[in-house]
Design a protein around this ligand. Structure first.
Ligand code: ZN
Length: 382
């Protein structure tokens, strides 16, 4: 039984790329009983039993030792999800108190004006701001007809009247981070979650729930499970470069809050259908999936009745691209939870799809054995 209270806190947490510390704290809170370590980039590592990867830190000031190979000889399965969200950074503060921004992650600019945002200062103060838009009263007929936008024209207004006020009273400086201002809600009657940052706090949630579900049977699993929450995915899958080097996985499952496409494509063509089950990704711009791993997941899904849908993406990328190119080539299973309107303020997703993603990961890990891993590692080819 998944605990959506955790998702609420993860979704509401402030954490654009490079500023993920609040997300780290929420993950730590809900990984009690697990070994835990975070690094200087806000990547987080969790294990059901501590090894050199997670041992030796905690509240002390000691610098973490380089992880040595564990005495545990089982293959390492890394659960990946990125913990950052798309946001902004204050670039400059003008004399009239308005602030220019740069984006952290990919936004379509038409979804930005006239929205509420939160600016966080270095002291941790939170200020509500509005992304500027020009009221219809001030637009010329030409401007009304023109829908083009430049990020330089979208400013943040925190209600100040001068640069001096922004600096002295609000305490905002260039370099401060900004995120969409959205409060999570769950609609019990239709099983739909509403909130921000479902790309990819849903993935963070799935790692926590998967590890909790496997806690009691850790000794019996054929693989050692490591949770790796990666920072800075939205600015170029950067955190996963570090987590993959630290964890040195033999295989991996990547969770993503994938863009739902059912509002745009008819049935049969849509491959990210909300309430359609966990999405198994065959291809995107970053990774050609391991067909043996996908076949194994399909077998599990069919045997246990876990709803799933296949996706062959024309674009997009996930941490699987980086993880798969490490070590001796890492087979990765990419599991998506279809999320409507990702990379904008407001997202919807279905509880049933989250449950399907967690069940798929748990059962894939439970079912691993020497024989199916041989297939996944392609040791059956010759
Ligand atoms: Zn994204």
């Amino acid at each position: 039984m998944i605990d959506l209270k955790i998702l609420e806190e993860l979704s509401n947490a402030f954490g654009p790329s490079g500023f993920e510390e609040d997300v780290v704290k929420v993950i730590k809170k809900y990984c009690s009983g697990m070994a835990f370590r975070n690094d200087a980039m806000h990547n987080v590592y969790t294990e059901l039993k501590p090894t050199a990867l997670t041992a030796g830190t905690g509240d002390s000031n000691e610098i973490h030792e380089k992880p040595a190979f564990s005495t545990d000889r089982r293959p390492v399965l890394m659960l990946d999800a990125h913990l950052d969200e798309c946001g902004f950074m204050i670039q400059s503060i003008m004399e009239n108190g308005l602030m220019s921004i740069v984006t952290l992650g990919g936004f379509h600019l038409t979804s930005l004006p006239a929205h509420s945002v939160i600016v966080r200062t270095a002291e941790g103060k939170m200020h509500r701001g509005i992304t500027t838009s020009k009221p219809v009263h001030f637009l010329t007929p030409e401007q009304k007809a023109d829908n083009s936008l430049r990020i330089e024209d979208i400013l943040i207004d925190v209600g100040a009247c001068s640069r001096e006020e922004v600096l002295a009273v609000y305490g905002i400086r260039p370099g401060d981070p900004v995120v969409p201002d959205v409060a999570y809600e769950y609609h019990e009657e239709n099983g739909i979650c509403f909130g921000k940052a479902f790309d990819n706090r849903l993935g963070c949630f799935c790692i926590i729930e998967t590890m909790k579900a496997l806690m009691e049977e850790e000794d019996r699993l054929a693989a050692r499970v490591v949770g790796a929450f990666a920072a800075q995915e939205e600015v170029g899958t950067r955190g996963a470069v570090v987590t993959a080097q630290q964890v040195r996985p033999d295989l991996a499952i990547v969770f993503e809050g994938s863009p739902a496409d059912d509002p745009y494509f008819q049935a049969g063509i849509a491959q990210g259908v909300m309430r359609g089950g966990v999405q198994i990704r065959h291809l995107d711009n970053s990774y050609v999936s391991n067909p043996a791993f996908i076949r194994y997941a399909h077998e599990i899904g069919e045997k246990l009745g876990i709803p799933c849908q296949d996706a062959v993406r024309r674009g997009g990328s996930t941490n699987a691209g980086k993880i798969s190119l490490t070590g001796q080539a890492v087979p990765v299973l990419v599991l998506g939870i279809p999320s409507r309107y990702v990379h904008s303020h407001y997202n919807f997703c279905a509880k049933s799809d989250i449950e399907a993603a967690v069940s798929m990961a748990v059962e894939v890990i439970r079912g691993l054995n020497a024989e199916n891993m041989k297939r996944i590692f392609r040791q059956d080819v010759i």
